[in-house]
Design a protein around this ligand. Structure first.
Ligand code: SD4
Length: 304
């Protein structure tokens, strides 16, 4: 029997990518193609200043990108970190996931691999992003501002009609990060995790905190115990934010998307956050607002 398909992604900027991924899934296409196509759509858009082309640069005005890909059928993973001047880091990550060894490459090694395997080079710094960087640099020295700002990783998880699942992430990381800084997005278990037998989860927010709690793996393990994706993602974020507050007084922003292998989805967040869901009903944009012990979810937009 044909199974239910579903796609979920972080942030409103994912809408066009989810539309493309959803039409792949609707036409009985594969979940791996759906997440790669969806994430590439966001990477290619210069208006989104936190992913791919037009992503905001590090302290040295270089766009260093992190990306990952995971196939829930065989648990294959590929990832790149701190890669510069390549058009679609997510596709490089997917290619690496075919390897048995050398599945996670950083910096110059990742760039050499991408070049050798024919991936397209591109200067990922736009004039717009450079201007934002220059302005921020000035503000930082004048007003003594904290440099770390401007998150918004793109994460997508898909379940296809064969019951297979995949996840992918891509980001230029924290604006004004130190050269060589890597966040949670390319780290298995922190930025993403997916297993056909259970479901998948992926994260956006402050990588330094998300990786302390391995929140994507934690959410998938909660689903394994039979908890719904909504309750799994919300309790994972809530429990870990509370723990951080208890031990050091504060918690960074953390938002999780989750979907199980029956196509039920959920999110957990400790900040206001938008996300996109595609299924046989429609592609819809939602906003989630955390309030006391729950998260209020409101519908923003539907695709035509
Ligand atoms: C990072 N988690 O590099 C990424 C940034 C991000 O939403 O998601 N922001 O830490």
């Amino acid at each position: 029997m044909e199974k239910k398909w579903c796609m979920i992604a972080t942030w409103e900027m994912a809408k066009e990518g989810v539309e493309k991924g959803s039409s792949i899934l609707q036409d009985r296409g594969n979940c791996c193609d759906a997440v790669e196509t969806g994430v590439k759509t966001v990477e290619d858009c210069p208006e989104y200043t936190s992913v791919g082309y037009g992503g905001l640069p590090n302290e040295e005005c270089e766009v260093e990108m992190d990306a990952a890909f995971m196939d829930g059928k065989n648990l294959s993973i590929g990832a790149v970190a701190g890669i510069k001047d390549f058009k679609n880091p997510v596709s490089i990550a997917r290619k690496l996931s075919e390897n048995r060894f050398n599945i996670f490459l950083v910096g110059a090694g990742a760039e050499a691999y991408a070049h050798k395997n024919g991936f397209e080079r591109k200067n990922m710094l736009t004039e717009e992003s450079k201007k934002i960087w220059e302005k921020r640099k000035k503000e930082m020295s004048e007003k003594n501002l904290s440099p770390y700002d401007g998150h918004d990783t793109i994460c997508m998880i898909a379940l296809d009609k064969c019951g297979d699942m995949a996840a992918a992430t891509s980001t230029s990381g924290l604006f004004m990060k130190k050269r060589g800084r890597v966040g949670d997005s390319p780290l298995s278990g922190s930025g993403f995790y997916v297993d056909n037998e259970i479901g998948g989860a992926a994260a956006t927010g402050l990588g330094e905190d998300i990786m302390k709690g391995c929140l994507s793996y934690d959410t998938v393990q909660r689903m394994k115990r039979g908890i719904s994706p909504m309750e799994a993602a919300q309790s994972s974020v809530r429990d870990f934010s509370e723990k951080l507050k208890k031990i050091r007084g504060y918690s960074g922003a953390m938002s999780l998307i989750a979907v199980n292998n029956r196509g039920e989805w959920g999110i957990g967040t400790n900040v206001e956050f938008t996300f996109v869901v595609g299924n046989s009903e429609k592609v819809r944009v939602y906003r989630a607002v955390p309030m006391e012990n729950k998260v209020v979810i409101e519908r923003l937009k539907d695709s035509l």
